[in-house]
Design a protein around this ligand. Structure first.
Ligand code: NCD
Length: 302
């Protein structure tokens, strides 16, 4: 694996390799001493050009647990404010011997652009509405841990599909494992074009009791210009995982959310009281999965 830019072009073999190694790292995270010497001497640059809590901290912890050094680049306090371009910034940072770059950006394709111009390994931590590969990998890891398999599942993704890189990466991943992927949400936010990529667009209430996994997504208001939903109340009523809907969802169905959650809109707080709600498990597993991605990109190079 040269980089991790998207799930679309990542092979099933590489996905399984990452998930299997992550199982080992998860066990390490359960130990009193959580640190391994594996990436000692390597430097990971965290380049977050868009806000992030989970993903940024998760990558930083993953690198540190493997003994890599981390350096953070924050655009608002950098020379990008003086007009330095992204390419020039990259070339200068690279001159300081960076081994990997974890990049989150507002523009789709930024990680691919960086990968063309650097010797470092590039990991996409979310590029606009395009992809968020490590989120889909940690989602798959979490599903496999709870349901014991990846093949042949029924996955329902509800919410703002249009602006969601999480939905896209998940769709590509689950289709590789012959799963049925259902999309549901306001028609303005669930484009018909996704059917060409293998998703089926469905009514939420017809499917909530027929699937193995329900994944709710955040309304990406920062990517919306104009009005996509009429009101928050209406959104909750039609597409929220409400207390009323919860009663129709089987105990065994996993309920997931990549975070951050708009509680009371995408889901009611009561969702947390269920045994098979795995939102914080996703966060926990994310560190192990990102350790595995760093390991496969950095520890195994010649
Ligand atoms: C997601 C993201 O930033 O793409 N969050 C995350 O990384 N866990 C989803 C979101 O912002 O809604």
């Amino acid at each position: 694996m040269r980089h991790l830019l998207d799930i679309e072009s990542t092979s099933v073999e590489d996905i399984l390799k990452i998930l299997d190694t992550a199982e080992i790292f998860l066990k390490v995270l359960d130990q009193p001493s959580k640190k391994l010497p594996t990436l000692k001497g390597k430097t990971v640059l965290l380049m977050f050009l868009e806000p992030s809590t989970r993903t940024q901290i998760s990558f930083e912890m993953a690198a540190k647990r493997l003994s890599a050094d981390t350096v953070s680049f924050s655009p608002s306090r950098s020379s990008m404010q003086k007009g330095e371009t992204l390419l020039d910034t990259l070339l200068n940072l690279q001159a300081m011997e960076i081994d990997a770059i974890v990049v989150r950006a507002t523009s789709p394709g930024t990680p691919h652009f960086l990968a063309k111009h650097t010797k470092a390994k590039v990991i996409n931590a979310g590029d606009g509405a395009h992809e968020h590969p490590t989120q889909a990998l940690l989602d798959a890891f979490t599903v496999r841990k709870h349901l014991g398999r990846l093949e042949g599942l029924k996955i329902l993704i509800v919410g703002d599909i249009l602006h969601s890189r999480v939905a896209r990466s998940n769709l590509f991943l689950w289709r590789k494992f012959n799963c049925e992927v259902y999309f549901s949400g306001p028609p303005t936010l669930v484009p018909k074009e996704f059917e060409k990529l293998g998703a089926k667009i469905v009514e939420l209430d017809e499917y909530i009791d027929k699937v193995d996994v329900i994944m709710a997504l955040r309304l990406q208001r920062e990517r919306m210009e104009g009005s996509f939903i009429s009101s928050q109340r209406e959104y909750r009523m039609f597409w929220g995982i409400t207390s009323e809907r919860l009663r129709r969802i089987p105990e065994s169905t996993l309920i997931m959310h990549p975070g951050p959650v708009n509680w009371g809109m995408e889901m009611d707080w009561e969702v947390n009281e269920r045994r098979n709600t795995v939102i914080l498990d996703q966060v926990r597993n994310g560190v192990a999965v990102r350790m595995s991605v760093l390991y496969h990109l950095l520890a195994r190079e010649k």
